[in-house]
Design a binder for this molecule. Structure first.
Ligand code: ZN
Length: 429
């Protein structure tokens, strides 16, 4: 957009793809920034699930950008309009940078509900149809710092026809042009950035066309949609993302939607992705699990040779609890299914396990409680279980992104990837 202040400053591009840098010029004052590769703060209506603001801020290294979704906000439009001062103030978010996306990344949307003129979002009260006019009225009410343009994202399933995929790319470009037209004539949205959405399902030519056409529009960055876990295998995903990224300008950020598993994050960073949605810790918490993988990238020369090896090393406890489907790289359609990066605290084996969730973790939960206590809270349905797990999972996940950037800075991502692949192959079932 004219007057755009968001700026991507890259300090290293490894192997011509993985990018390390800082997204600057964010927020109302343009003073805030976000490290890339990075992750946004996942919320439900502006709140990290289970946590109050006070509790949340016991977690260090939180990202400066909070993500809200229209699926949570759309049904409250009238109240927000009456309130007048925007969503940030309404939700008590103070000076956080606000990014508004269309769908909740933690939930797979049903397909079959888009038309040429509308997309649907699902709130607590059911389905709501959004036209471009309604979508843009919502953005004016929310007053985010940046938002995802309206898109037809119903083509993530691998059996989607070529014709349907082509239609989705066409519609998404039309929606973008219509959104930009309203945006450019709107005083309320002055200084707000728009991210164009790249669609194209699993069809290479459509992915390239979508990326190329979106890049011609005055957008501040790009959302890569339709790559969510379960949509396709990682090899195809990497191939398509690489092809898309070749069409995108170097100086604008690329946000990958719906991907949160640490192994997928690593593969996609290698393909050139900058930003991710931070919903994964929430999904892990909801199934009573705790993230428990080692990402210690030690710069100690004695450990340097094996440090990257440790980044995605599984905890011993996990090896006999994780289904084989996660280990052979097959896409898992069920996002509620446990992954190899977590331990299930519901399991009886933890009833007398007096260790913290993760040895050496500095979060409030690990400093004050043991696995046995978490197990007790879960089996007795205490609300505190979700609170403590969410504190740990949030801290652990954002810590992983910090380690990822450290690995990139010390040129270890490549080694890390190779060794991680070796590690997975040698896992016992
Ligand atoms: Zn912890």
């Amino acid at each position: 957009m004219a007057g755009s202040r968001m700026k991507l400053e890259l300090c290293r591009v490894a192997q011509g793809r993985s990018r390390l840098g800082v997204l600057t010029g964010l927020g109302r004052t343009s003073q805030q920034s976000l490290d890339v590769p990075g992750c946004l703060l996942y919320t439900h209506f502006g709140t990290v699930p289970h946590l109050t603001q006070d509790t949340l801020h016991t977690v260090s290294n939180l990202p400066a950008v909070t993500q809200v979704t229209l699926s949570h906000i759309a049904e409250h439009q009238e109240v927000l309009e009456e309130f007048k001062d925007g969503f940030r103030k309404f939700a008590g978010l103070h000076d956080t940078v606000l990014y508004c996306s269309l769908h909740d990344p933690a939930v797979l949307c049903p397909t079959g509900y888009t038309t040429n003129k509308t997309v649907s979002v699902w709130g607590s009260g059911g389905r709501m149809e959004l036209t471009v006019a309604k979508f843009m009225a919502l953005q004016k009410t929310v007053q985010p710092d940046w938002y995802q343009s309206m898109a037809d994202g119903e083509t993530w399933q691998s059996n989607t026809s070529r014709k349907r995929v082509r239609k989705s790319v066409d519609r998404t470009l039309t929606h973008l042009d219509e959104c930009l037209l309203v945006h450019q004539n709107s005083q309320e949205l002055e200084g707000v950035e728009v991210f164009g959405v790249v669609e194209g399902g699993d069809i290479l030519e459509e992915r390239v066309r979508s990326a190329r056409e979106t890049a011609k529009r005055p957008v501040a960055g790009f959302c890569l949609d339709g790559f969510q876990s379960g949509s396709m295998d990682q090899a195809l995903k990497t191939q398509l993302i690489s092809a898309v990224i070749k069409e995108l300008p170097e100086d604008k950020p690329r946000l990958l939607q719906g991907v949160g598993r640490p192994d997928e994050v690593l593969a996609c960073v290698e393909a050139g992705v900058d930003l991710f949605e931070g919903f994964f810790p929430f999904q892990v918490t909801e199934r009573g699990c705790a993230l428990c993988f080692d990402f210690d990238v030690s710069l100690d020369p004695e450990r340097a040779g094996r440090a990257p090896h440790a980044v995605l090393k599984l905890n011993d406890d996990q090896k006999d609890t994780v289904g084989e489907t996660q280990q052979n790289g097959d896409p898992c359609l069920d996002q509620t299914q446990m992954t190899s990066f977590e331990i299930n605290l519901n399991d009886k084996r933890y009833h007398d396990d007096f260790r913290p969730l993760v040895e050496g973790c500095g979060c409030y939960c690990c400093k004050n409680h043991q696995r046995a206590y978490l197990h007790h809270l879960l089996v007795t349905n205490e609300l505190l279980a979700g609170v403590l797990l969410m504190i740990h999972n949030t801290a652990h996940y954002h810590g992983f992104f910090g380690a990822l950037r450290e690995a990139l800075a010390s040129e270890k991502l490549d080694v890390l990837k190779r060794q991680e692949a070796g590690e997975s192959a040698s896992l016992s079932p």
